[in-house]
Design a protein around this ligand. Structure first.
Ligand code: NAD
Length: 486
């Protein structure tokens, strides 16, 4: 299969493909060439109103939420089947819109997207309540039980860095729980999710269950967040926009899940298996051009292994082949857009200016597309911008430590708290350190082994709530208690 020649790029509302009411579009560019891939619907408030109305009519009419859970599960499984059938097409769309190696889509994003749909399909008929014994009420016995009800209309706002996978992390539990949704893809990666709406139509979801509006964050996204017809917002994106959304959603007490930025430490202890650690750390640093929330950009290394790690990571960075995402030899693609490339390049310059030692990479490439060479700094100190700010590019900083206590202190010295990895062969050390790390996920001797069954989310400025796992399902429901005084 080669690159697609056209992409679905309209809105999907009430079971129909619709252009933006104003007729406006925006150009989605290919990160590796700068060429226009598609002209995408640029929605305004009127389009968002129409999408919310469709979701509201479907939810309030009750067809979807009252459908037996097994039937909702069947449709989610059908969507998974269709995505599996079209996996190569979706891998190509993602590679083109993200400028990211096709191989990563085949190995990571497609399998996880399909698995997540199936996992939540399995929960759709298991939304069980509890029976709770009490001492009774005014001398009379009571029977108390809880039921879980779908929250209502869920707005799903998705970033560009793993659009299909993260969109499905939200879509699958929302639909399994009986919510109806309005999904807003990122303006930087709208194409795979828009194509997914086509598969939802083919699967036979009732009109108004899955609506999708394309457009800009500050207009389409902001309208969705403030919309009185929306009951729940699940957002993945930057901490900065997460703060705006939390503020906007508060007056209406909307239910919120916020998956925000990260600045993950990767701790290499003195007793680590260094070959395995280098491979895992390099993956955590460079996969998706470093554009992952779990990117392990602060590499904390016991001083006894520091020189070895600096040398090996510099070697790993220099060996990465950058290029066309569809070329089988490519190991790294381009950053998502020119603005982001320039921001990453400026942060690299700040590292040099603040005195970190550049041991690999360091430059943006002048050719077409938005490429930055994988970059490694040694000698980082906690106050440097490259140690404090989320870079969201292929840039790591290696820092020595002398004791486990110092490693924990350095690891926690950040406003973020999404994830961490820890490399040690000492089982007691691993389980002593893991609880001390103020993050939502600790990987021991691996980098970020995401799975639909495991909760994913952050402490501190990395967010509120969790995607994935049973926890995410609950986040699309309200718990109601019914008490019978007998
Ligand atoms: P972003 O915050 O710029 O945008 C995310 C989404 O929000 C987009 O769809 C955008 O259009 C929309 N948006 C922007 N302004 C808005 C507003 N005022 N109101 C409503 N919606 C608005 O983030 P991004 O650049 O697309 O993604 C990168 C960020 O996402 C990084 O910080 C990364 O760490 C984070 N991220 C977190 C996780 C996680 O699980 N915690 C996963 C992936 C990415």
């Amino acid at each position: 299969m080669s690159a697609p020649t056209s992409y679905p790029s309209r809105n999907f509302i009430a079971g129909e493909w619709r252009a933006a009411i104003s007729g406006a579009t925006f150009a989605k560019l290919a990160p590796t060439s700068g060429a226009v891939l598609a002209e995408v619907a640029n929605s305004s408030a009127a389009d968002v109103d129409a999408a919310v109305a469709a979701a509201r009519v479907q939810f309030d009419g009750g067809e979807w939420s009252r459908l037996p859970g097994a039937e909702r599960g069947r449709l989610l499984n059908k969507l998974a089947d269709l995505l599996a059938r079209d996996a190569e097409r979706f891998a190509h769309i993602l590679a083109m819109e993200q400028g990211r190696p096709l191989m990563e889509m085949r190995m990571l994003d497609l399998p996880m997207s399909i698995d997540t749909l199936r996992y939540f399909a399995g929960w759709a008929d298991k939304l069980e309540g509890r029976q709770i014994p009490t001492a009774g009420f005014m001398g009379r016995p009571t029977l108390n039980y809880t039921i879980r009800e779908a929250i209502g209309v869920a707005a799903l706002i998705v970033p560009w860095n793993a659009p299909l996978m993260i969109g499905i992390w939200k879509l699958a539990p929302a639909l399994a729980a009986g919510c109806t949704v309005v999904l807003k893809p990122s303006e930087d990666a709208p194409l795979a999710l828009t194509a997914l709406a086509g598969l939802a139509a083919e699967a036979g979801f009732p009109a108004g269950v899955f609506n999708l509006v394309n457009g800009m964050g500050p207009e389409a996204g902001a309208t969705l967040v403030k919309h009185p017809g929306v009951d729940k917002i699940s957002f993945t994106g930057s901490t900065e926009v997460g703060r705006i959304i939390a503020r906007e959603a508060a007056p209406l007490f909307k239910r919120l899940t916020l998956e925000l930025g990260g600045k993950a430490p990767q701790i290499i202890c003195a007793d680590a298996n260094l070959d395995a650690a280098i491979m895992g750390v390099a993956m955590g640093l460079f996969v998706n051009q470093g554009q992952t929330c779990a990117a392990g950009t602060r590499i904390l290394v016991h001083r006894s292994r520091y020189d070895d790690v600096v040398g090996a990571l510099a070697g790993a960075a220099k060996s990465v082949t950058l290029g066309d995402p569809l070329d089988a030899n490519t190991r790294m693609g381009a950053l998502i857009n020119a603005r982001h490339r320039d921001r990453v390049a400026a942060l690299i310059q700040s590292g040099i200016a603040e005195g970190a030692a550049l041991v690999a990479g360091g430059e943006a490439l002048p050719e077409n597309g938005f490429f930055v060479r994988p970059t490694v700094f040694a000698g980082g100190t906690p106050q440097m911008r490259i140690m404090r700010e989320e870079i969201f590019g292929p840039v790591g900083v290696v820092v020595p430590f002398d004791s486990d206590e110092e490693a924990v202190q350095l690891a926690n010295d950040t406003p973020f708290g999404l994830s961490a990895s820890l490399w040690t062969q000492d089982i007691a050390r691993a389980h002593t350190l893991a609880p001390k790390l103020r993050v939502g996920a600790v990987a021991i001797n691996g980098w970020s082994p995401l799975d639909a069954r495991l909760p994913w989310g952050g402490y501190k400025d990395s967010g509120v709530g969790r995607d994935l796992s049973r926890t995410a399902l609950d986040a699309y429901t309200e718990e109601k208690v019914v008490s019978v005084v007998m």
